[in-house]
Structures are given as C-alpha cells and as structure tokens.
Design a protein around this ligand. Structure first.
Ligand code: ASP
Length: 573
C-alpha cells in the first residue's frame, strides 16, 4: 500500500497502485505523489532509467489511477520529508501503467472551503480527502469495537424490519405505500424500540443492533433524517451492568481510536440537578460556571421584574464585561426567550455599575456581590426559560472566556428525567422519552396524580455537552402500559389499533426489561472532533433532505403510481 514503504524495504522491488495526488516536473525528472487509503509514496520517474514510463507520465493528471513498478531508494539527506511517514524513501519507477483516467476535476482535493453542495454532488471525490478518509475510518474502527464489546458481554445481534409500523420517538414518520395492500402504508422505524422489546418477550435476553432509524424532522446542522444507533436491550435489567458495559466500551473506543484514557466511572447527576446547576439536560461539565438561584432572596424586591418572576437565577462571570459585550449577550438571551438581560458589573475597585443597582436592597446586594472585575447576569422568568437562557449563556461565555479544553472528554450520565411534558398546543401530555418508559419506583402507583412532576426511570449519556443517546427501563405490565397510554390521551380503540400487538405480547409472560440507544453518527463526530454531522456519514443528504449526487428523492412514473393506487395532487406551499 502507498502508506507502507519504509527504509527497511530499500532495495526491494515494489508495485504500488493508487491515485495521483500531485505531479511535479523537475527538468526531466517527474515526481508523482501516489495516494491510497493508507498514505502517500513519492514516485520518481527518470527518463534515463525508464524512457517509456517518462513518456507516459506527461499525460498524468491529478486523480488518475496508476500502477507503478520499481525499486525503493532511500532519499538523499536534504530531500527527506519528516512530515511524511514514507518521507525517507521514494520509488524509482521502472514501468508505469495508467490504469484509469479522470475528467477535469470539479474541485481539487486540497482546496479549502469548497461549497458543500458541490462536495456532495461529487461525494466519491470528496471522500478521497484525508479528513473524510479519517472520519469514515474512525467510524468503522469504532463500530468494530462496539460489536466486539457487545458480543463478549453476551448480546445477540438481531436484525429488525425496516418496513414496519409507526414507532413513536417524537418525530414524523417516513411512510412507504404498499402495492400488495393498496391504500395501506408501512412506516420506517423511528427506532426499533417496540421490536427490541419483543425480542425480550421472545426470550432472547440480551439484544443489540447497529440500527438505522428514520425520522422525518426539520434538519439542523447536527441532525439527519437517517440516523444510525447502537441499539441495546436486556431482560432483568441491571442499571449498573448496563452503565459499566457502556463505560468499558467508551473507554476502549477512546483508547484504541484516540490513544486517550477517559475517566470512569462516569459522573452521574439527576435531571433535577443538571437543570438547577447548569440550566441544561446535557451540560458541558468540562468547566464549572454554575447557575445560582435567587428566587427566595428577591421575593420582596423593589425591582418589579425580580419580585414578580416565577424564578430569578443568575450566573457569575469572572470578568468585567463591557457595554458592548453585554449588548451582544442580551441579544443572545433574547434569542433563547428572555425579555431582557439584567446585570451587575463590578469594576476593578469592586464598585457596582448597573441600571438596576438602585432598586436592590442591601441584602440583595450582599447576596449578589461578586469579586472585583466580575459580572452577574440575571434571568427572571418562568423556571424553564431561566434554564434555557442561562444554560445558553453559560455555554457561550465558557467559549468566550477560554474555559473549554478541547482536548478533554468529560462523560456524564443524567438520570431521572420527567416522565411527561405538556403539549400546550394539543392540550395533552406527551412522553418525554417514549411511551414505553416506566416511572421510577417512587412514582409507579401515582404518576397519574401529578404527571408534571412524575419521574421516569431514564438515563442519557452526555459527553462535553453532546447527547450521545439515552434509554430507560420499560413497562412490562400490560395494565401499566394501558394506564400510560390513557394518560397520553390514547383511547382504548387507538391503543388496540396502534399498539395492540405490544399489549398482547406484554400479557404473555414479559420479563422486566430495559435498554439504551446511542447515536453512532454523533459519537463519531465527537471522536473525530468534526463539527459537521454530514462529514461522518459516507453518503449524507443535505439540509433539505436531498442527495445532490443521485438527485434523490426523485419522481416516479405514472405506472408506478397507478400500481400503488396513488394520485398526486398539485403541491401545496
Ligand atoms: N428507542 C430510544 C431512542 O431511540 C432509546 C431507548 O429507549 O432505548 O431514543
């Protein structure tokens, strides 16, 4: 392979095949950087040694495929290239074959800032770049480790269908019309959730799958419609065993892929605690910068905004922020739903500067007083809004203040999420995780009495503020499952139509079970330090759900539609 030749092989006859990364003519001598997945070797074509090869070499352009035979030589002192693994040697070519040619390239592989649509249109070229070769390689290495860990822990790889029924994970379904059952549709699974639960009822005990999940969501930079998950389920679930298995697996991935030892066991916090301390359910715990609560301290405040707010919380920033900084932060806070941004700035002498200072009592000042050259930022609003606003400011400020160490990875389990949330528009409750999640022991008999406060036996895994995935212990009692469906507003008829098969299965000897699913795409992003989710996926779609390479989704013929019994309407805007 092109990345392999070393000094020890000097004098050997070698044959290398690969792509032309670069060709340079140096008064007679022609140099070619020949590249494959493993690296680059320099070919030297000397017309005096190989006249035919030199003649042919004039036709060579970037990304032609060559086969070169020759002898490996050590490079002379000043031409050694320390930056290349093969930089001490070069192949003196004796015979050369152009195996395959390339039309002029739409972009050069070493060109920066190439438009993403163009890159996706010619993805086979784009994938030849170092960064993408590395990302896709890392992903494959990681999946290999995952499989080995899961199998050695006794988990069985069981494949579940892609054409199925809706499996609720909170997104819209992709649906596929059936030709044989006209007027009926399959849904692509948003996750194999129900199916993996059925493998437990079926007695398989420990299931895993590298599963593709389909979610028709509006796309953001870190979302795709076709995501890959490590999907796991176990009977008679043991949270410690599950957590340890994941911690061991991540430990090994980080060790083998990056050579980094991560700290285990991972820290554990409840949702209530992460929300209170960090204003987020997926906090970045590489730095402190924690939120503080001043709701009690401001109940009688003369500053009306504080006195009347459901919650008053604040963040201490170890810097005397300027007016300009504060204006920018206020804008950011408003994007997250704040009405404004109250602040107290302490200068070098500890003097306070703020339009609200005059409204605050001695006690309030005492509660907030910060070090000289620091700033206190407030959110006064509904509790959720204060979390959202201060959580976002915390993240933003950590970057601005240089508190984020990009070389460290801090993993965190967040547990005990609320079970339900109120969908105000629809006027009903919905499941925060999914409707098959069981309440915590304390809430088992009484979750219906106070759905807003009821907690679920759930856990999410977070690294550096990224949610890698999550899971839960499940309901295995048909009566309890029906009660949860009732609370979610599903009539008995709807329960039968949508989930009758699950309720029937739970009624025929279902073991207690629980599991987890972790996003492979997201994991690769974190592992590769790659900000663009699409660049850890070989053939992704763009933000509009289109594949610029193949043109998918595409139109179908009238005959196909007829066969399916489908008639198209004029598109509605
Ligand atoms: N099915 C869930 C998801 O895709 C994960 C789980 O509960 O195991 O998020």
């Amino acid at each position: 392979m092109c990345g392999e030749p070393r000094k020890e092989l000097v004098g050997e006859k070698l044959t290398l095949s690969g792509w032309v990364a670069r060709r340079r003519d140096h008064g007679g001598l022609i140099f070619v950087d020949l590249r494959d997945r493993t690296g680059i070797t320099q070919l030297v074509i000397n017309p005096e040694r190989a006249a035919e090869a030199a003649e042919l070499a004039h036709q060579i352009r970037n990304e032609f495929v060559l086969r070169a035979e020759g002898t490996l030589f050590a490079r002379s002192g000043e031409t050694v290239n320390e930056a290349m693994l093969t930089g001490e040697v070069e192949l003196q070519v004796e015979s050369l074959e152009i195996v395959s040619r390339s039309t002029p390239l739409p972009f050069q592989l070493d060109e920066e800032n190439v438009d993403e649509t163009l890159r996706l249109r010619y993805r086979w070229l784009d994938l030849r770049r170092d960064k993408l070769q590395r990302n896709i390689g890392l992903r494959a290495q990681m999946v290999g480790i995952i499989r080995r860990e899961m199998e050695s822990a006794g988990f069985l790889d069981i494949q579940t269908p892609i054409l199925f029924k809706p499996t609720p994970e909170g997104a819209r379904d992709f649906i596929v019309p059936s030709r044989l059952q006209q007027g009926r549709f399959y849904a692509l699974p948003q996750s194999p959730q129900i199916l993996k639960q059925l493998t437990m009822v079926a007695g398989f005990d420990r299931y895993y799958q590298i599963a593709i999940c389909f979610r028709d969501e509006d796309l953001r930079a870190d979302r795709v419609q076709e995501l890959t998950q490590l999907d796991v389920e176990m009977s008679f679930p043991d949270q410690e065993l599950l957590f340890e298995l994941m911690e061991r697996m991540y430990g090994r991935i980080w060790r083998e892929c990056l050579g980094i030892e991560i700290a285990t066991p991972f820290q554990r916090l409840t949702f209530e605690e992460t929300d209170r301390r960090f204003g987020s359910d997926k906090p970045d715990t590489r730095y402190e910068l924690e939120l503080e609560d001043a709701t009690e301290a401001t109940r009688g405040s003369e500053f009306g905004v504080f006195a009347g707010a459901e919650a008053v919380r604040f963040l201490r920033v170890p810097q005397e922020l300027s007016r300009g900084d504060l204006a920018k932060l206020e804008e950011l806070a408003k994007e997250w739903g704040a009405k404004g941004l109250a602040y107290l700035v302490y200068d070098e002498e500890g003097e306070v500067r703020s339009p609200i200072a005059k409204f605050l009592s001695e006690d309030e000042h005492a509660r907030f007083r910060g070090d000289p050259a620091s700033t206190v930022l407030f959110a006064a609003d509904a509790w959720e809004t204060t979390s959202r606003v201060l959580g976002a400011l915390r993240q933003h400020l950590a970057r601005q203040l240089g508190l984020v160490d990009d070389a460290t990875f801090t993993f965190l389990w967040v547990t005990d999420f609320p079970m339900f949330e109120r969908d105000e528009e629809a006027g009903r409750w919905s499941a925060v995780h999914h409707p098959f999640t069981r309440p915590t022991k304390e809430w088992e008999g009484r979750f219906h009495a106070d759905p807003k406060r009821a907690l679920a036996h759930t856990y999410d895994l977070i690294v550096n503020g990224n949610e890698l995935g999550g899971g839960s212990f499940r309901i295995h009692e048909p009566e309890l499952q029906a009660q949860v469906f009732d609370l979610l507003g599903l009539s008995p008829e709807e329960q039968r139509v949508k989930f009758g098969f699950l309720l029937d299965a739970l009624a025929m000897g279902a073991p207690p079970h629980g599991g987890i699913a972790l996003g492979i795409d997201r994991m690769t992003m974190v592992l590769a330090g790659e900000p663009n989710l699409r660049d850890v996926i070989a053939f992704p779609k763009n933000q509009a759900g289109v594949d610029p390479m193949s043109g998918a989704p595409s139109e179908v013929t009238q005959e196909q539609l007829l066969e399916l019994g489908i008639q198209l309407q004029e598109p509605q805007d």
